[in-house]
Write a protein that binds this ligand. Structure first.
Ligand code: SF4
Length: 364
């Protein structure tokens, strides 16, 4: 069912939340470690074609802070209460009550993760308001290359899009010098190309988080886990045989001095043709299919990143890999033990109106 077809709740008592959670766990037959709180369906970007919430650019609907507090209070009293609250949107960084909601969740003993595209956290003061109450912040970086990141975030004007995609296929990672030249020849300014600097803003958020961590650690405080959300998309290996994951983590650590704890590799954001239920449920999304080569490139990168200590924690593969690819990997003698990871279907979610659903992706 699409979120828009759901009834509007807006107000909910903590007792009702407690009961709903108990029934959900009973129905599932297993405990859920985490629950998603979608505090807004607006987004600072709002143009990602694969956004499963179809987040609206700028403002959207917001969860009232009273409702958020009721949900948290109810969950905290529930039997089999979740250990973790993942605050998401849309983009939670544009939700005005984010610091208060994070503080309440933390005060009730939950582990708190904020999942963000990073843009609103280019402002250090927002990090300083939120970070003391969160255990981790998962920032989306679609690529270390500004060009590829912009393309994925919809930050390229539509009349330049086709040309941009062609360039991306040819040359996804180098600075788009060739493209810049083409644009100059065509009389298009680079400013127009980067209509909104999505990449720069997300990168600044990561720098801020690193700076925040260094400052609190100097004073004996608790650092925030810096995590990356990254979409597994087709990439060409460079001359050293490395792909996007390696380039990204190497760039963050060696060029930027940013210590990444964990990486979430999201497969379905650019895949899913093989997963029919998703296509049925979310037909508006132009799902692409990841290739076996893409997965192999990422697996190789994953090993190299661990070997070279470019990541402090682990790489978590999000979403199932299509069976056909798993079969091909096995046929090539490639072990798939490193691949199993987290599946969003495993996590229930509250939408902005307080409706509790069985899983993040609206699959019944
Ligand atoms: S940044 Fe995230 S919430 Fe915003 S449009 Fe893209 S996928 Fe959706």
């Amino acid at each position: 069912m699409n979120g828009e077809e759901r009834p509007s709740v807006i107000r909910k008592s903590a007792d009702l939340v407690k009961d709903e959670w108990a029934s959900l766990i009973e129905k599932r037959g297993k405990i859920s470690e985490a629950v998603v709180l979608e505090v807004t369906n607006g987004c600072s970007a709002g143009e990602c074609s694969h956004c499963y919430l179809f987040a609206k650019k700028g403002g959207g609907e917001e969860m009232s802070s009273d409702l958020a507090f009721s949900i948290l209070n109810g969950l905290s009293q529930a039997e089999n209460k979740p250990a973790e609250i993942w605050i998401t949107g849309g983009e939670p960084g544009i939700y005005p009550s984010l610091p208060e909601v994070a503080e309440r969740a933390s005060g009730l003993g939950f582990s708190v993760l904020v999942v963000t595209n990073g843009e609103p956290f280019e402002k250090m003061d927002l990090i300083e308001k939120v970070a003391p109450f969160v255990d981790g912040m998962a920032v989306t970086l679609r690529s270390f290359s500004p060009f590829a990141h912009q393309l994925m975030m919809g930050g390229i004007p539509s009349d330049l899009l086709e040309e941009a995609k062609k360039h991306w296929q040819r040359n996804p990672f180098d600075p788009p010098e060739e493209m810049v030249q083409e644009m100059k020849t065509a009389g298009v300014s680079i400013e127009r190309f980067f209509t909104i600097d999505h990449h720069g803003r997300s990168m600044q958020a990561l720098r801020n988080l690193q700076e925040y961590n260094e400052a609190v650690l100097r004073e004996g405080g608790k650092a925030v886990r810096i995590e990356l959300n990254h979409d597994v998309f087709n990439c060409r290996a460079d001359e050293g045989g490395h792909g996007e994951l390696y380039r990204m983590l190497r760039g963050l650590k060696r060029e930027e001095g940013i210590e990444i704890d964990n990486v979430y590799l999201q497969i379905l954001s650019v895949s899913g043709r093989a997963i029919e239920s998703l296509e049925d449920q979310l037909p508006q999304i132009a799902w692409l299919t990841p290739s076996t080569e893409t997965i192999i490139a990422y697996l190789k990168d994953q090993k190299d990143c661990i070997k070279e200590r470019l990541i402090k924690g682990e790489t978590v593969w999000v979403d199932p890999i299509p069976q056909a690819i798993l079969n091909q990997l096995e046929a090539q003698g490639i072990g798939t033990k490193e691949i199993p990871g987290y599946q969003p279907e495993a996590t229930p979610a509250f939408d902005v109106k307080g409706n509790l659903r069985d899983n993040v992706l609206y699959l019944a």
